[in-house]
Ligand binder design. Sequence first.
Ligand SMILES: Nc1ncnc2c1ncn2[C@@H]1O[C@H](COP(=O)(O)OP(=O)(O)O)[C@@H](O)[C@H]1O
Ligand SMILES: O=C(CO)[C@H](O)[C@H](O)COP(=O)(O)O
Length: 544
Amino acid sequence: MNNQYVIGVDFGSDSVRALVVNAQTGEAVGTHVHEYTRWKKGLYCDPATSQFRQHPLDYLEGLTATITGALAQAPAEVRQQVVGISIDTTGSTPCAVDETGLPLALRPDFAENPSGMFILWKDHTANAEAEEINNLAHHWDTDYTKYVGGIYSSEWFWAKMLRTLRVDETIREHAFSWIEHCDWISAVLTGNANPLTLKRSRCAAGHKALWHSEFDGLPSDEFLTKLDPLLSGLRDRLFTDTYTSDQSMGHLSPEWAEKLGLSTNVVIGVGAFDAHMGAIGAEIEPYAFVRIIGTSTCDILMAPNEEIGHRLIRGICGQVDGSVAPGMLGLEAGQSAFGDVYAWFARLITGPVRELLGQDAADTLSQQLIPHLSTQAAKLPVTENDVIALDWINGRRTPDANHTLKAAIAGLNLGTDAPKVFKALVEATAFGSRSIVDRFLEEGVPIKKVIAIGGVAKKSPFVMQTLADVLNKPIQVASADQACALGAAMCAAVAAGVHPTMEAAQRAMGSGFDAEYTPQSDKVVVYEALYKKYLKLGAFVEGH
Ligand SMILES: Nc1ncnc2c1ncn2[C@@H]1O[C@H](COP(=O)(O)OP(=O)(O)O)[C@@H](O)[C@H]1O
Ligand SMILES: O=C(CO)[C@H](O)[C@H](O)COP(=O)(O)O
């Protein structure tokens, strides 16, 4: 049989990567990473108000650069043998579009308007709108939040749309519809981004847009109009049906085929979020808990639909039939900041260095800082009197979303140095993870094993060992450097008909695990006590 190749494209928070993979063996023959240029300069963002916007041009440039770059590394004949491309992105990262599905920021009149750009998952400008959605839903005949853990988050679709429509009159006039990043990029490749006909991702719709078959799709027009008359009629300009990522969205358009040097026979798979395709790439199986550990964490668990039945799991980011693999319930949770907690601390230290000693000194410091602090922190003893911190620097995603919460550090004295604070921050991220694991267990969802992927899982043995000690569970790290892109490639192989199921694609293309962290019993005992202190500090901060 001739070789067949597939391409997985993973749009992360800071960068996008493409991976060209042999669909029969899983061998990667080309990869390329591209950092978003406008985003890197901090354009259109204001961390102080939690505004994080990404320009669609960053995505389009990244799409071309990564696919052509990855193909350039592969043997020449691979181009003719590419049969599928699938895309994963962050989410909920929606954008206002016109009748043709063009993001408004791609029009000259909106080119510099952050309201016409993609609203990144970590943008929390819509806290008030999320609260309004919760208040209304909890008093409506149908509680539309019941399949998303009972709490709607400001990171999600409706809150972001409502906020933007409220604050920007020009968007009110020109936004015909709204599209998630994973749907838009996939649709662009097919040449049809018409918001009324493009195939929308089940994953994005179910976890973030309150879509459920029980509601016949999205919340009713009556509910939305009551929420705000600005939303009246919008439901009809969104979608009713949704599709799982084993499905084809269409074929590569002639324009993109020419641009990428590929054939128009290439199947474009239905898109999904990074974490869900990452879980596929990490060889998720029922009741495995896959943690995508990077800027944030996204935790994915998959269970047979019939085993969870009508049980509603409190305080998570949703339970959606088919969000990971068709026929299975995908459950999502996560932390809004994980690596971002360390990145914040590094910025705190390098900021004054930049101002006083210049950019070069700051760059040198920033490259070495987190590894150095990790080495120093790993040498410290773990005691019950250590500094305690909360990981809520970008609010709390789960359990029980609350993005108005803030982080805290307690127990400082004159002997507290940078490694001690860094150790406390790493432990805080691990304690946040522990509270998620505990919630799944309390809700009767067993966790058979823990698998980790993502930048932090690959780069930091110190963080991973701390996490294993705090969770008191072994953690396996997937071998794939680009597990999300590999997962997207597996989805492409299914959408293109190379493999009949996700499971078959995983068996053929999976690359296994290359590290395992086992809990150290002496630390486990101390962390039990420190975790109680974390919960106590959390309750205090939340209460005030
Ligand atoms: N050596 C390290 N130890 C711990 N965290 C790290 C290290 N290097 C980078 N990070 C963190 O990794 C995060 C980026 O994760 P990554 O998975 O690469 O990106 P993304 O979240 O965009 O997919 C950043 O928040 C950064 O602080
Ligand atoms: O919530 C998400 C998916 O449901 C986000 O996409 C995710 O948390 C962002 O990922 P990253 O930390 O890799 O940038």
